[in-house]
Design a protein around this ligand. Structure first.
Ligand code: SAM
Length: 278
């Protein structure tokens, strides 16, 4: 480092698999700070050993107590402190939001050093429209929460980007097939690592593929934007309602389909009641 770092908070992105993706500036900064705040000292300790960096680490996540956070902010006012997560960019589905917010309120000098983030790597690899995208973190674990979020986002005119785990992928693809039938989906797996893959297709095609080849490793799931608005036909609406009625009461099914299609909820409710009685 040419010059000693000034006191403050340095948000440092680290690789998501391939060590070569760390930036020169990240290495210099991690070497130059007095303290590295990290999610897990074992994970960050391993990275630091590979980079031959010796630094004091302290554990920090968003569940840290207010006192711990304030102590860390006081340290930043006197010395340079880095924030890293286990992998990728801190704050992106990782801890840091509260710390940055409070540090900003306390007038701490904050610098963010860009680097890898799985959401962006996946978006650029997927071939899905990249002019507008909406990053939505992890889908909820429970079926109802997952269907509600998908219905809420169904009409957003942008590529949707989610973080996903291998054991849940099948359930998520099934939910997408139900709530967003026919939409283009991409699964980006093990990005920047030896077995990196990116597979595209409809949720039904991808569900069949991954049922036959259970996925391993880390996953980003992307859903293409709605196709140029052809109004849904009566048969499309019936199919959506029937699918929703397998899990939901008519009022909830109507709400879900109303969110997905923009159609009137009351009319959909009346149709859901008809379908249920047939
Ligand atoms: N902050 C990180 C970032 O900027 O990418 C993300 C942290 S989040 C807790 C972890 C999730 O990111 C994983 O469950 C997976 O969905 C995604 N992820 C991280 N590394 C990945 C990789 N190499 N390939 C695919 N997805 C990855």
């Amino acid at each position: 480092m040419d010059q000693a770092l000034l006191p403050g908070l340095y948000i440092v992105a680290t690789p998501i698999g391939n060590l070569g993706d760390i930036t020169l500036r990240a290495i210099e900064t991690l070497r130059g700070v007095s303290v590295i705040a990290c999610e897990d000292t074992r994970v960050t300790g391993k990275l630091l050993r590979l980079l031959d960096i010796k630094a004091r680490m302290i554990r920090y996540d968003d569940y840290a107590s207010e006192d711990d956070r304030q102590r860390l902010i006081e340290t930043m006012q006197a010395a340079p402190v880095a924030l890293v997560s286990d992998a990728g960019t801190p704050l992106v589905s990782d801890p840091g939001f509260r710390l940055v917010r409070e540090a900003r309120k306390a007038g701490v000098q904050i610098t963010s050093l860009p680097g890898a983030s799985a959401a962006i790597v996946a978006l650029t690899l997927s071939g899905l429209p990249s002019d507008r995208f909406l990053f939505a973190g992890f889908l909820p674990n429970k079926a109802k929460g997952r269907a509600d979020v998908l219905a809420e986002l169904a009409s957003v005119p942008a590529t949707l980007v989610f973080y996903e785990t291998a054991p849940r992928l099948g359930e998520s693809l099934a939910a997408i097939a139900q709530v967003l039938p026919g939409r283009e989906v991409a699964i980006a797996r093990e990005l920047t690592k030896k077995f990196e893959e990116c597979r595209t297709g409809t949720s039904e095609e991808l569900a069949a593929h991954y049922a036959a080849h259970p996925p391993k490793g880390e996953i980003v799931l992307l859903i293409g934007p709605p196709l140029a608005a052809e109004p849904p036909t009566g048969a499309d609406v019936d199919a959506l309602l029937l699918a929703a009625l397998t899990n939901e009461k008519p009022s909830q099914a109507a709400g879900q389909v109303a969110k997905a299609t923009g159609l009137d909820r009351k009319l959909l409710y009346a149709r859901a009641m008809e379908l249920r009685s047939q």
